[in-house]
Design a binder for this molecule. Structure first.
Ligand code: FDA
Length: 322
């Protein structure tokens, strides 16, 4: 059974829009898209991210802070982003907040022309991993599109082999390769974040039907709970969450030995319910002014978000430019 839905039809369009430089320029200079993005983004500054982290910590929620940015084209942009991540780690530990960081490899220079081996990215990630370790924090490499999947998996293997055991990455259940990646990375002790996956991928590489993506998620989650290191289950899908709880109970895995993760601003009542049930819950909190691609991917995930956006667009004549 395959799934042709409104979101399936709009998704590729919105994902294409997320990487369109003209649209990005147009929309990021206007106030109303920025105001809408704030539903999913803590704000444009580190202070905004920290403020959200404090509020969530007060509710018993752990956090992973993500300084927004990806696909940098200059070395200095990657170095600047790494500095912000280091400052984030320092502030989080200074305040004793239960938080780690999420980092995109292409934000740290992976894929920069003239650096085919990703030397800059490795150097910056090593520095971040060492600083995070010193401060007792975990680093998750976000998983981007399939052009960098193998490099990201290899980065985690290499960093762990160098002794940075506090580094893991996200894995995407929509990719056909992911069940094998789960085994490969679990073998080196990487703590993985399992998500469905958010990019537009070809059917040779990815399941395109929701039923298959869910079955793969279920399979990977069961494997992580059985053999993985502190699994991080990232979904807002209550059916999958119920299945994960079932696997944990069957395998005798305590709710303290894995965590659920959700995105800032998404399904807060479900987050609260998991906490009340005694589960660990971590919220992914993005901050920074490079919010456009992140926001467009959130729109792509849910048609209702798009309607919200279009309504604001219809009324934007009144708001004008920021
Ligand atoms: P699904 O999309 O089926 O959503 C289930 C329900 O949750 C929806 O019916 C809706 O109610 C709600 N919901 C989901 N998304 C929503 C949204 N944007 N707005 C409002 N409601 C929404 N992807 C990736 O490729 N690489 C990565 O590194 C990460 N990292 C990551 C971290 C964390 C903590 C999470 C939760 C997710 C990611 N993702 C990701 C994104 C992930 O791959 C996926 O695109 C989204 O989580 C949506 O999938 P769900 O599993 O939530 O299911």
């Amino acid at each position: 059974m395959c799934c042709v839905t409104m979101s399936a039809g709009l998704r590729p369009l919105l994902l294409a829009a997320s990487t369109n430089p003209t649209l990005r320029r147009e929309l990021t200079h206007r106030r109303w898209p920025r105001d809408l993005a704030l539903r999913f983004v803590a704000g444009e500054t580190l202070e905004d991210g920290l403020s959200a982290a404090r509020g969530l910590a007060a509710q018993g929620k752990a956090v992973t802070l993500d300084y927004l940015g990806e696909s940098v084209t200059q070395e200095h942009e990657a170095r600047r982003a790494a500095e912000v991540v280091l400052a984030t780690l320092s502030r989080l530990s200074g305040e004793g907040l239960p938080a780690g960081v999420s980092v995109k490899p292409t934000q740290m220079g992976l894929g920069l022309p003239g650096d085919p081996d990703g030397r800059l990215c490795r150097e910056l990630l090593r520095t971040i991993a060492a600083e995070a370790e010193r401060r007792g924090a975990h680093v998750t490499l976000d998983m981007e599109d399939s052009t960098v999947t193998e490099q990201t998996v290899a980065l985690v293997e290499d960093l762990i082999a160098e002794g940075h055991r506090n580094v893991g990455c996200a894995v995407q259940s929509y990719l056909r390769r992911t069940r094998a990646d789960v085994a490969r990375l679990s073998a080196v002790g990487a703590s993985l974040r399992l998500c469905k996956g958010t990019y537009d991928e070809p059917s040779e590489l990815a399941y395109t039907c929701a039923v298959e993506v869910d079955a793969s998620f279920d399979d990977c989650a069961a494997a992580l709970l059985a053999d993985g290191t502190f699994p991080r289950i990232a979904t807002h899908d209550h059916r999958l969450i119920a299945r994960v709880k079932g696997h944990a109970a069957r395998l005798g895995v305590s709710p303290r030995d894995f965590e659920f993760q959700m995105l800032y601003g998404v399904r807060t009542p479900l987050q609260d319910a998991l906490l009340r049930d005694g589960h660990r819950l971590r919220v992914y909190v993005p901050f920074g002014d490079q919010w456009y691609p992140y926001f467009m991917r959130r729109l792509a995930e849910r048609p209702a978000n798009l309607l919200f956006f279009l309504r604001a667009l219809a009324g934007s004549g009144r708001s004008g430019r920021a």
